[in-house]
Design a protein around this ligand. Structure first.
Ligand code: ATP
Ligand code: MG
Length: 569
């Protein structure tokens, strides 16, 4: 009897699926270790919902010393493509998982066809010549049984002959289908003689070319593919609950002993986004986003491009767990996981998104000081310092100045003193405006005694703001990504409208000319930072030394002032 491998420090999580797997192991039900699979159809990129399934299937294999296959459920020649196969493999690897075998349902076409013949010979399947439309109508309703078609009583020899000729490409699409012969009065509609194979005579399958003329339907291919691979537990989402009956019927009819069993769990649905390849494909093809890896997309590729780390996705998947009932998850829960992960990992730098010039009138012209800045706050295990240039002309953020501030505004205002992060205290003496009355410059003085950030006389200065030295700062483009949809459930729209009407028109705001401290220009593309007081950012793959581009990964939950008060200064 196989023993579960103990994970030295972390005990395996226990949810209802893991309980069942643990029981399989304890009772030796399958005479082998747990075997799971992740079965994507290569018709789109993977999204967060898939990530949940990946973490579950691969996680169980690791925790219980079993195996997990990557099986492409590629039985529909009309929608699948090798570019999706490549993207799916890349995304799973990036998430940190390794499959035991890379398999393709399309490699089972011969085997599935053999099973189809054996079902016909055993009187368990027949060729129906009704159209799919007629079949649907004649299937009956929940309250009335279906009507048998003439094909249902066809002699075995004739069925076999038709099936062979379907395979040989003698008939056009729709001329015949193969159906299981089960029960037209079955209370589960799926069991009323489900379709098994249909003709797609001229279709081009991305792996099998045009040689293959009949294609298995999902229910026919899925369970049997699991059985062929020796899967023990087939994990799928709740909408397949009714399919479990046909799953069990088929693996039994095909003669598999110790066949896999299906366990259903809740789909992940996330607020403010859609987790459906069909809908994501529309966003891509209709140009609402810039491709599958647009940083606003809930795809693995989009999240990666945005700057989210795989660790955060894995931790999020673990946190939400698996349940038997569908429920939407707040996007805030995901953002929380992303922020927590980045907080511990990424260095802090200063970047001014909305620059306003500050001139320090009493600072020597031409002098450049190098101030020491900490790369991490005190409550993060990482340490390190860097130097940042300081000079007479600085950029600060427009939001940190108010001409007529309310009471609790502790930043710059006429006559007010603030602390510059890692630097001096400055006082605003004069506000310079252009002809239109727009503030274009603040003329300030600095206190040379306050380089440490603290005045020797102990006077209280509440506010600390970020800044960069104007002459040395690098201009950069900053892409502020926000939620893709303007409402929690994008499908909750008035009749006649679809989810596209719920798109957030402000999901991307581009700041063309932000100012960042110069050191970041030396970092490789894909470096992540916290821009202090602003959020978490990563340099985009389009970023170059000449034109820096940053993506906002996620904003900050706490204001930076709060963090500073915790002990930085
Ligand atoms: P979509 O509706 O986005 O096309 P799908 O279920 O058709 O999703 P598949 O490629 O067939 O996509 O899915 C591969 C695996 O991922 C399946 O086992 C499926 O159950 C699982 N999966 C897909 N979406 C989710 C989700 N939102 N939550 C959890 N698991 C999911
Ligand atoms: Mg599917």
């Amino acid at each position: 009897m196989p023993e579960p491998t103990s994970l030295d420090s972390t005990p395996p999580r226990r949810d209802f699926i893991r309980e069942m797997v643990a029981e399989d192991v304890a009772t030796g039900r399958f005479n082998r270790g747990p075997a799971t699979r992740f079965p994507p159809e290569p018709n789109g990129f993977l999204h967060m919902g898939h990530a949940k399934s990946i973490c579950l299937n691969f996680g169980i294999a690791t925790e219980f010393g079993g195996t997990c296959n990557l099986r492409f459920d590629d039985t529909n020649p009309l929608t699948e493509d090798v570019k999706y196969v490549d993207a799916i493999k890349r995304d799973i690897s990036w998430l940190g998982f390794t499959w035991d075998n890379e398999l393709y349902a399309s490699d089972y076409f011969e085997k599935l066809y053999e099973i189809a013949e054996s079902l016909v010979i055993g009187g368990k399947a027949y060729v129906d010549s009704q159209s799919e439309e007629e079949i649907r109508t004649n299937r009956g309703t929940v309250t009335s049984p279906g009507t048998a078609s003439p094909g249902r009583s066809r002699p075995t020899e004739e069925n076999l002959d038709l099936l062979r000729r379907m395979k040989a490409g003698e008939f056009p699409d729709g001329a015949h289908v193969l159906r299981a012969k089960i029960d037209l009065g079955h209370p589960n509609m799926i069991m009323r003689d489900p379709l098994l194979l249909r003709i797609r005579r001229d279709a081009h399958h991305y792996r099998r070319g045009t040689a293959w003329k009949i294609f298995p339907l999902y229910d026919f291919a899925h369970g049997l593919s699991d059985a062929i691979e020796g899967i023990t537990r087939s994990l799928c989402t709740l909408e397949f609950k009714d399919s479990r009956a046909i799953y069990d019927w088929l693996v039994a009819a095909a003669g598999f002993t110790a066949p896999p069993t299906q366990i259903e769990f809740a789909r992940l649905e996330l607020d403010y986004t859609v987790l459906s390849k069909r809908k994501l494909l529309r966003l891509v093809t209709e140009g609402h986003v810039n491709g599958w890896d647009d940083p606003r997309m809930p795809t693995i590729a989009g999240l990666r491009r945005r700057g989210v780390r795989a660790e955060a996705i894995r931790i999020f998947a673990e946190t939400i767990g698996v349940a038997r009932k569908d429920a939407r998850v707040e996007i805030g829960a995901f953002e929380h996981a992303v922020r927590n992960d980045l907080n511990m990992e990424v260095p802090r730098v200063l970047c001014v998104l909305n620059p306003l010039k500050v001139v320090l009138t009493n600072y020597p012209e031409g002098l450049v000081e190098e101030l020491t800045a900490q790369n991490y706050p005190h409550d993060v295990p990482k340490t390190g310092t860097r130097t940042i240039p300081f000079s007479r002309e600085l950029w600060v953020d427009r939001d940190d100045f108010m001409e007529e501030p309310p009471k609790k505004f502790y930043r710059l205002a006429p006559g007010r003193e603030v602390r510059l992060r890692f630097g001096y205290l400055i006082t605003c003496r004069e506000v310079v405006k252009d002809a239109a009355g727009q503030v274009v410059e603040l003329r300030c003085t600095y206190d040379p005694e306050t380089r440490s950030g603290n005045p020797p006389d102990g006077r209280k200065v509440q506010g600390t703001i970020h800044w960069v030295s104007a002459a040395q700062a690098k201009s950069c483009e900053v892409r502020l990504y926000d939620r893709l949809f303007a409402q929690p459930n994008p499908d909750d729209v008035p009749e006649g409208k679809d989810f596209l009407s719920a798109l957030n028109p402000h999901s991307l705001v581009v700041i063309a000319n932000a100012k960042v401290e110069p050191g970041v220009a030396l970092d490789p593309v894909g470096t992540r930072y916290q821009f202090e007081r602003t959020g978490y950012f990563m340099s985009d793959e389009e970023s170059t030394a000449e034109k820096l581009v940053f993506n906002r990964i996620v904003g900050l939950r706490d204001s930076w002032v709060k963090e500073v008060n915790k002990g930085q200064k």
